[in-house]
Ligand binder design. Structure first.
Ligand SMILES: [Zn+2]
Length: 606
């Protein structure tokens, strides 16, 4: 085990020495120079100004908005939704490093399941080419798909058998339990298993690295109509249907390039769209669009276009997916399908039409305004009421206040109704939408969390100052034992203070030795838990705005004062509660303590 871990460590180091953190991250995000570091908008939380920092010197990244960070491995794992072995493989390839330990790579249930799915996919692909799959193949070509697309999307056919595939997989040496874990079989009540997909057209669903993680399947035309038309792989250790998007592995680079993603309804639409050369289309499989999926898209673009069938467009006006995209501050637009029922039909009859509409998405609000205004008579009172009601419902979902305001004004002008009345109606709708009490308690919780975070941030910042300015230690930092209470920060502070006490001074050299010592325990798989990670992120946090700090000493002092204030206020609150409980029996000691806190706070305020 030890040797294994040693080999792994040296491979990780080898990869790290060949790939810089800025190279890896700039492959995913637009990064800008910021002094010695780089910054970007964080892909893991919603933000307008960049707080995601990349430090070439420390070979790490860190977001000061959502407090996540790590090295190139954690970045790729988070960004691509991979496990460590997969991230290792991906970066090893990128770095041109040969992984010595194949065992490690293939260990674990997840890899086993991925292997099974990969073989299952090839099995279905082969079946589509033989006589048994002829009808399935014809169906696909009749829908207008070319041979190239059928191959590119690895479409297949599941033969009409209860055990053909599972038997094949077992012969390859896979265990029944693993085949089941991959979602390929169903348990019989009487014991044993049978194949989940039988006599169906198979659409492999891939993760963004192109590995098959599950399947979506369609019943064969003309087959038993009592069956479900579509059956998907159930949730497995590799398949999370609310996160995955069909086609994203192939679409993602084009989505980034065109800065637009197009949501279509089904797998066939994605493939047909690709065939027409519109390669930024994706679809959900077996779910309505989820917030998680929107966040995945957001890593590539802020622009999302929903494809609408011209007839059903009005009905989809209240689509949850659109609401969620608006709430996530995506720029939402609409692509109207000009002919036929879906993009696949449209591409089959006239691909040009799909290409044209896909390259001219219309802003969603413009579209709503038009469709609602055409539905009612805006000169009549009744019509005005209906129009306002429907549009305000949508406008209330826009989370960007400036944008929301813009459309409220537009609505009031178009209906020639006083703006104030429109605003009032909106706030009524918003009131209805949120259960007031729930909201209030959520706000309260948020406030508490915000204070805790603030306290933590201050502690971390002070640690950063200590690391960068060790010579201040005696004057500024030597009596903070009662304030640096975070577990890791407290631990580091104790170590540093011991160092100081030994020589009655703290030097950069001594600190460097200590850091080296701590780094020995650095565990790249649990980076966030290691002290060394904490040390680096604390230092980085201060380093980053040193340019904006004209007097580091004063800035450090301010941090200490603010931290002490928070601690005293917290103490005061606690005492208050206790004193109230004790009522007239309140002890003299408590009163004194209370007064001391008040005095302390007063001295800090001045
Ligand atoms: Zn963030």
């Amino acid at each position: 085990m030890l040797i294994l871990s040693f080999m792994l460590n040296s491979q990780v180091d080898e990869i790290k020495s060949r790939l810089t953190v800025e190279d890896v991250i700039s492959g995913y995000l637009q990064i800008q120079r910021a002094g010695r570091n780089w910054k970007a908008k964080c892909p893991f939380h919603n933000e307008k100004t960049p707080s995601f920092m990349v430090s070439p010197e420390k070979q790490m990244w860190y977001c000061f908005g959502c407090n996540t960070g790590g090295d190139i491995f954690t970045f790729v794992m988070k960004m691509e939704g991979l496990e460590f072995p997969e991230a290792l493989k991906l970066l090893a390839e990128k770095a041109g490093v040969q992984l010595e330990n194949r065992n490690f790579e293939n260990s674990g249930k997840k890899s086993k399941v991925l292997e099974i799915l990969n073989i299952a996919r090839k099995f279905y692909e082969e079946c589509l080419k033989i006589k048994a799959g002829k009808k399935a193949y014809e169906y696909l070509t009749n829908r207008g798909l070319t041979k190239d697309m059928i191959e590119k999307f690895q479409l297949g056919y599941a033969p009409d058998s209860w055990d053909l595939q599972s038997g094949f997989l077992k012969k390859k040496g896979f265990k029944e339990s693993d085949i089941f874990a991959a979602g390929q079989t169903i348990k019989k009540d009487s014991g044993g298993y049978y194949d989940r997909f039988r006599n169906r057209i198979m659409f492999p669903i891939n993760n963004i690295s192109g590995q098959t993680i599950g399947f979506s399947s369609r019943v064969m035309p003309g087959a038993d109509e009592s069956q479900a038309k579509y059956i998907n792989t159930p949730e497995t250790i590799v398949y999370n249907k609310s996160r995955v998007l069909y086609g994203l592995d192939k679409a993602r680079s084009v989505i980034r390039e065109k800065d637009l993603s197009i949501m279509v309804e089904g797998n066939m639409d994605v493939i047909a769209s690709f065939q027409a050369g519109v390669e930024n289309a994706v679809a959900t499989s077996g779910t309505a669009l989820t917030a998680e999926q929107i966040r995945v898209i957001k890593r590539y673009t802020k622009n999302i276009a929903f494809s609408f069938d011209a007839d059903a467009a009005g009905m989809r006006a209240m689509d949850r997916g659109i609401e969620m995209a608006l709430a996530e501050e995506m720029n939402v637009s609409v692509v109207i399908i000009p002919e036929g029922k879906d993009p696949a039909d449209c591409v089959k009859t006239n691909p040009r039409l799909w290409i044209n509409s896909a390259s001219n998405p219309r802003p969603i609000m413009e579209f709503y305004f038009e469709s609602v205004f055409s539905k009612y008579d805006s000169r009549e009172v009744e019509g005005k009421k209906k129009i306002a009601e429907e549009l305000l419902n949508v406008i209330s979902k826009i989370s960007n206040k400036i944008e929301q305001n813009h459309y409220l004004k537009m609505l009031s002008e178009k209906l020639s109704i006083d703006e104030k009345a429109i605003f009032e109606s909106l706030s009524e709708i918003e009131k209805k939408q949120s259960n007031f009490r729930n909201q209030a308690s959520a706000d309260n919780q948020e406030k508490k969390e915000a204070i805790a975070t603030r306290e933590n941030q201050l502690q971390k910042r002070i640690l950063g100052f200590i690391i960068l300015f060790p010579h201040f230690f005696g004057d500024l930092f030597s009596d903070l034992d009662n304030f640096l209470l975070d577990e890791k920060i407290g631990k580091l502070y104790k170590m540093i203070k011991e160092l100081y006490n030994e020589e009655n001074k703290l030097t950069a050299e001594n600190l460097a030795i200590l850091k080296k010592e701590i780094s020995k325990e650095y565990d790249f798989k649990n980076q966030k838990d290691s002290l060394s990670y904490f040390w680096d992120t604390a230092a980085l946090g201060v380093e980053l705005d040193l340019e904006n700090i004209d007097n580091a000493q004063r800035e450090a002092e301010t941090c200490i004062v603010n931290l002490k204030k928070i601690a005293l206020k917290k103490k005061l609150k606690e005492l208050e509660v206790e004193m109230k409980k004790e009522g007239s029996n309140v002890s003299q000691q408590k009163v004194e303590e209370f007064n001391k806190c008040v005095a302390g706070l007063n001295s800090l305020e001045s």
